[in-house]
Design a protein around this ligand. Structure first.
Ligand code: SAM
Length: 219
């Protein structure tokens, strides 16, 4: 296991791994591997936008592992579980998901992960969960396939610390089914800049996630 410069992430034989905080437990059928007495979980870039971003933008700023993370679109916790592996003990991961069915699986998958706070709510209405977040987060991650995904991201920006980093994974076809991809992404870019954000990196997410683009931003 070779540690990458991104804290908590390892490479072995061309695969990405995180050290399993709940040894023996899998979340989505991922492979487990023992190395020097520690257990690692295979982090599949085809299943996770954050893992794909690590492959496509290896020099993009990584989250501060000692600061909280706000994750929008947690689903059943695939990516959430790997980020929870990466964080230091003092940091919490707030995992927002509005589908009750997914949250049921999320609860099951993160029950023994004490640093994950599942939130059953609409990420487009952050005022509803604002009371839970008592300090700015170091990282805002969003992976929701919604027409108004940029609005949702911008509404959650006030939670992000001044020196934090944002990862926005845009699914173009949820915004517009017909418009050329480049036009959609340019509009997203303009909206992020208008909101005062600095885009520090971006990349199309092929071949891992088709018609998606990752934006890495700083306030
Ligand atoms: N990020 C997940 C992962 O890597 O494991 C996969 C996320 S999946 C592509 C998108 C998720 O966003 C779905 O579970 C969907 O229910 C959720 N979602 C969509 N709109 C949402 C909203 N407004 N608030 C909260 N969750 C939302």
């Amino acid at each position: 296991m070779r540690p990458l410069k991104q804290h908590g992430v390892y490479d072995d034989r061309g695969f990405l791994w995180t050290e399993n905080r709940t040894p023996g437990q899998k979340v989505y059928g991922e492979r487990l591997r023992l190395a020097k007495g520690k257990e690692y979980r295979d982090w599949n870039p085809h299943r996770s936008k954050v893992a794909a971003m690590l492959r496509l933008l290896p020099d993009a700023p990584w989250l501060d592992p000692s600061k909280d993370v706000l994750y929008l679109g947690a689903s059943s916790g695939t990516t959430v579980s790997h980020l929870a592996d990466v964080l230091r003990p003092e940091a919490l991961l707030y995992a927002v998901e509005f589908s009750p069915r997914s949250v049921r699986d999320l609860l099951h998958n993160t029950e023994s992960r004490t640093n994950v706070v599942p939130v059953l709510d609409d990420a487009g209405k952050p005022e509803r969960y604002a009371a839970y977040l008592d300090r700015p987060v170091g990282c805002l991650v969003q992976d929701v396939a919604q027409r108004h995904q940029v609005d949702i991201f911008l509404r959650n920006l006030p939670f992000l610390a001044r020196d934090g980093v944002g990862y926005l994974y845009v699914k173009a076809r949820s915004i517009d089914v017909a418009k050329p991809l480049e036009a959609i992404f340019q509009e997203v870019e303009a909206r992020l800049r208008d909101a005062g954000l600095r885009i520090v990196a971006q990349a199309d997410m092929d071949p891992y996630h088709k018609e998606h683009r990752a934006f890495v931003v700083r306030p």
